[in-house]
Design a protein around this ligand. Structure first.
Ligand code: ZN
Length: 196
């Protein structure tokens, strides 16, 4: 049993999101005794890392490569190491023709993949909360509008509803009401929402 195409694609994606460079990838290949020239070249990084992963899978070296990358500070590797590990155990168990054992291994593998998905979602949620917090920290409310603290002249107001309602910073348009002469503002997003 090898990694599925989807898993390989996800792992390649993880390489990209971990800012893996070709140089680091090659360095890790050399460390495990594989000549990078053996890997089929590809113009874009995603395709190239896919080639590396496929090559390593078929040579039973993926885990070793991931271990080397983790020494370089890449953080995605642990779950993948476990998945690759299980994949190898699965291959071994096939030799013994033990159906029950194979079934347990498959289930274990599934559980890890589910945990991995959850972990990714949690990380994403955390990041968006952190971003939200960062923005909240620089906003001040004046009347029914938000301004950034750095905007001392209060020239760039943001819609209060849009931020409070769905955490979007939307600039409002200021204008003078011709009949009353009062200063008014209009949010195009809120207007569009009303007209729905
Ligand atoms: Zn709005």
């Amino acid at each position: 049993m090898k990694l599925t195409e989807k898993e390989i694609a996800e792992l390649a994606e993880d390489c990209i999101s971990n800012f893996l460079t070709r140089e680091t990838a090659h360095h890790a290949l050399l460390k495990i005794g594989i000549n990078p020239a053996l890997i089929q070249d590809a113009p874009d990084e995603r395709a190239y890392y896919t080639n590396i992963i496929q090559f390593l899978c078929s040579h039973g070296q993926l885990e070793n490569w991931l271990t080397e990358l983790s020494k370089e500070g890449l953080k995605f590797t642990q779950e993948w190491e476990i998945i690759d590990n299980i994949t190898q155990v699965m291959d071994l168990s096939k030799k013994y023709q033990d159906q029950a054992l194979q079934q347990s291994i498959l289930e274990l593998r599934e559980k890890i993949l589910v945990l991995r998905e959850e972990n990714l979602k949690l990380k994403e949620n955390l990041m968006s909360l952190q971003k939200q917090k960062e923005i909240e920290d620089v906003l001040i409310r004046v009347g029914n509008l938000y301004y950034k603290r750095t905007d001392e002249k209060k020239e760039h107001p943001y819609c209060m509803t849009c931020w409070d309602y769905d955490n979007k910073l939307v600039s409002v348009i200021l204008y003078n009401n011709i009949t009353t002469g009062n200063k008014c503002f209009r949010c195009t997003v809120c207007n569009a929402r009303k007209n729905k």
